[in-house]
Design a protein around this ligand. Structure first.
Ligand code: NAD
Length: 303
């Protein structure tokens, strides 16, 4: 079996003062990575803050013989995120791995949700990941090596009542990953997503106690380690919880070619079951593949 080893690698994990991020940071350090432990130390809705959250995890890593630095930046602060990357470059001269994990919840039904809560959740999850990824990108391009993980969610992939803001932000990260994995390929920058299910303070009120028992956060960490390893795939959406590991895909059905006539809307309505039929569906490797599927069928219909 191929060993997963991070000796000599430098990682930045956001939101690593508690929950999954803390376990990610500890696991990377235990396998040899030098880790910047970032956390603003706020509550689950993003309010408040304390520098001690990140420092405590750094102390744990050091006590176990590893190397780590604490950083208290909010991922929403572009200047502070750039300074964090500089902190890693000054200390260790490289950044090989980024785990975009920081996140908050502001749950409410869409009818009751304030736009401010929608914007804040997008800002932390989406722009937080954009900031750090943008700040490390030139270093990874120069090094011709990079491993970036976006933390998405089953809510983004499949929806969940009361989480329109969170779901939109989490699916946006899948879109970001799809394009960055294409742009990063020639520099050996591999980008993946992780949709975890774990009992943390974030899920306390959402799941019944016996389910929470099964969902030890430690059971998510192996998927993270594979997704940022030297041997990592790219463009994979890992799903992980309770020791089960799955891949989610954005698929395309074969579809139906109907052409464009005045009654196409009615014919499409009648053809919806055939259009949505999943037999023979594919996972396009770029956006252009959707277009080529469409054009191929149009040309075939002309013959
Ligand atoms: P958590 O609340 O324990 O951890 C989130 C961490 O992010 C906290 O330590 C918090 O202080 C930090 N944080 C929040 N805003 C920040 C900011 N602006 N800058 C820096 N740090 C910030 O929750 P968790 O369950 O460990 O969640 C980790 C990630 O996994 C999140 O992105 C979450 O959306 C995602 N996720 C979790 C689950 C789950 O079942 N727990 C499911 C799907 C997705």
């Amino acid at each position: 079996m191929d060993k997963i080893d991070f000796t000599g690698r430098v990682a930045i994990v956001t939101g690593a003062g508690g929950g999954l991020g803390r376990l990610h940071a500890l696991a990377l350090a235990a396998r040899g990575a030098k880790v910047v432990v970032n956390d603003l130390g706020g509550s689950v809705d993003g309010s408040g803050g304390s520098a001690s959250a990140a420092q405590k995890v750094v102390d744990e890593i050091r006590a176990a013989g590893g190397q780590a630095l604490a950083n208290g930046a909010s991922v929403t602060d572009w200047d502070a995120v750039q300074a964090m990357v500089q902190q890693a470059m000054d200390a260790w001269g490289r950044v090989d791995i980024v785990v975009n994990n920081a996140g908050i919840l502001r749950d409410k039904s869409f009818a009751k949700m304030e736009l401010a809560d929608f914007r804040l959740v997008l800002d932390v999850h989406l722009m937080g990941a954009v900031h750090l990824t943008k700040a490390v990108w030139p270093h990874m391009v120069a090094a011709k090596y990079g491993r970036i993980l976006m933390t998405t969610s089953s809510t983004g992939l499949y929806g969940n009542f009361g989480q329109s803001n969170y779901g939109a932000a989490k699916m946006a990260l899948v879109g970001l990953m799809q394009t960055l994995s294409i742009e990063g390929a020639k520099h050996d920058i591999r980008v993946n997503c992780l949709a975890p299910t774990a009992a943390t303070r974030m899920t306390e009120g959402l799941l019944p106690p016996e389910v929470l028992d099964a969902l030890r956060p430690e059971a998510v960490v192996p998927a993270m380690l594979v997704a940022v390893s030297e041997q990592a795939p790219s463009r994979m959406i890992f799903a992980a919880g309770a020791g089960t590991y799955e891949a989610a895909h954005v698929t395309l059905t074969r579809g139906v070619h109907l052409g464009v006539t005045p009654d196409t809307p009615e014919r499409l309505l009648a053809a919806l079951p055939r259009m949505a039929d999943r037999s023979g569906e594919t996972v396009p490797q770029s956006g252009a593949e959707q277009g080529s599927n469409e054009v191929r069928q149009a040309l075939a219909a002309r013959r």
